[in-house]
Write a protein that binds this ligand. Structure first.
Ligand code: AMP
Ligand code: ZN
Length: 115
C-alpha cells in the first residue's frame, strides 16, 4: 500500500468506488469518467506502477488478465471489447497504479484517433 496512490487508497477502502469484481489479488471498479457504455478498471491489489512492473510479476499479471476476462463476461460484453493498458507519457497514463481498462458495450470505432 502506497499512501499517496489513488488506487491503493481505493483498495484500502479510503476512497469510494463502484466495485464490480474482486478476488484476493485483484479489484475491478467502474471508471469515474466512462468513455464507453461499459468502462471498468481492473487493478492488482499489490501496487505496480505500470504494465512493465506488472509484467515482471507473472502471477499478478495472469490474475489481472483473468479478472478482466471475468468482468467482460459479467458485464455481458458478448459483442467484444477492448483491453487497454495506457503506459507512460506517450500512452497517456495518468494514474500510476497499473490498470487494465475494459471498455465495450457498443462499437468502439477505430483503435486510435487520427493524428
Ligand atoms: P489512465 O489515463 O490510463 O491512467 O487512466 C486513468 C483512469 O482512471 C481514467 O480513465 C480516469 O477516469 C480514472 N479515474 C481517476 N480517478 C478515479 C476514481 N477515483 N475512480 C474511478 N476511476 C478513476
Ligand atoms: Zn497503488
Amino acid at each position: 500500500m502506497e499512501n499517496t496512490c489513488l488506487f491503493c487508497r481505493i483498495v484500502a477502502g479510503e476512497i469510494p468506488a463502484t466495485v464490480v469484481h474482486r478476488t484476493e489479488t485483484t479489484l475491478a471498479f467502474r471508471d469515474i469518467d466512462p468513455k464507453a457504455p461499459t468502462h471498468v478498471l481492473v487493478i492488482p491489489v499489490a501496487h505496480h506502477a505500470d504494465v512493465l512492473s506488472l509484467a515482471a510479476d507473472p502471477s499478478a499479471a495472469a490474475d489481472v488478465l483473468a479478472a478482466a476476462a471475468a468482468v467482460a463476461e459479467q458485464e455481458g460484453l458478448t459483442g467484444g471489447f477492448r483491453l487497454i493498458f495506457n503506459t507512460g507519457p506517450h500512452g497517456g497514463q495518468e494514474v500510476f497504479h497499473v490498470h487494465a481498462h475494459v471498455v465495450g458495450g457498443a462499437p468502439l470505432g477505430p483503435m486510435l484517433a487520427a493524428r
